[in-house]
Design a protein around this ligand. Sequence first.
Ligand code: PLP
Length: 406
Amino acid sequence: MVDFWWARPDLRYVGGRLHLAGTDLAQAAAAAGGPAFFYSGARVLDNLRRLRAALDSTGLDGAIRYAMKANRFAPLLTWMKLSGLCGIDACSPAEVRHAVQSGFRTGDISYTATSVSDADLAVLARQPDIWINADSLSMIRRLGRLMPGRAIGIRVNPALGVGYGENQLLRYSGDRTSKFGIYREQFPEALALAREVGLSVEGIHFHVGCGYLNGQLEAWGQVLRECRWFLEQVDRPRLVNLGGGLGVPHVATDQPLDLDRWAGLIRNAFAGLGVAVWVEPGDYIVKDAGLLMLQVTLAERKRNTLFYGVDGGFNLAIEPAFYSLPCEPVPAVLGAEPAIAWAPDALTPATIAGNINEALDLFAQDVPLPAMREGDYLALLNAGGYAAAMGSNHCMRGTATEHLLV
Ligand SMILES: Cc1ncc(COP(=O)(O)O)c(C=O)c1O
């Protein structure tokens, strides 16, 4: 028996062949005929239910607004909508339209965007049920002009951030001044401006980074305490939106987020204030539900490095190259039982190289792997979030197909 840190009932080897949601991935990838994302619908529901239960355990009114920027595959959105477990957080007019086309009611959509144009606001003005979070004085001024009387939230910036480990690329708030939200020193001005232009501020919103796990929960608790100050300045507070950022394990040493502790921090910060708590995760819902299947196009040693080249690059899954997030490659078909194929002395350090002509196009470097041959299939785990959604046609390598397994 090998204890794969990533294995679970819907993601495991069956007879030496990797399966997701009961599907033989090598077979499914061969049928797809090129790079392909597969998403486990059951895992998405598990993630939503677990989070929903944690929110309920705070004793506060709560709602999940899935941040669709993480993955906007329409069948997946409709699957979530049908579960009744979440609404949507959108960040552009096109995302709003797509959410509606996928089945979500506008009353279940919130809008949190940055560098918002007048054209963006004109779309929102036609949708009175969408909850808007304003993230600048300019946006408040223009919202007042276009939609006087509307209730809004203000995105605040507590100047504290958390993300995956020490990775600064995934922090949206902290020592360095960021473009997101309104800082403490400008908050009174923002509230006064909202009053002047006839907006009713009824909530605050913050999103301070992506990928936090248990090691960051203490710092996240400080973020909540700081944000309570913002809430206390609001005349009619009825809503606090905690943003997303809840992380999933990327390597064997990462532990799943302790949601009991997470919920306790929320209770400590906001119980008794009469506010509802919204949370808008992306990754936590979809990341570990999806993987990217690629085919090995090259198995060759160059100097002392064994390269496995694959038929997709960072244009399909950008996070390892751009955010230095660890990526777990897993061969889809083993030549022997997992215990033999993955025995430590059967493994060779290998580097997984994409097919984009840029030096940083490496998914993983020097990771111990069972031997693979050209033509074999490989799964890159944790590709359910910010992979397909951020895809590009760089080097005209095109995109991958997407498949919901239900
Ligand atoms: C405002 C806002 N909310 C939610 C999210 C979702 O973040 P995550 O996928 O880390 O949960 C993001 C991500 O960038 C965001 O900008």
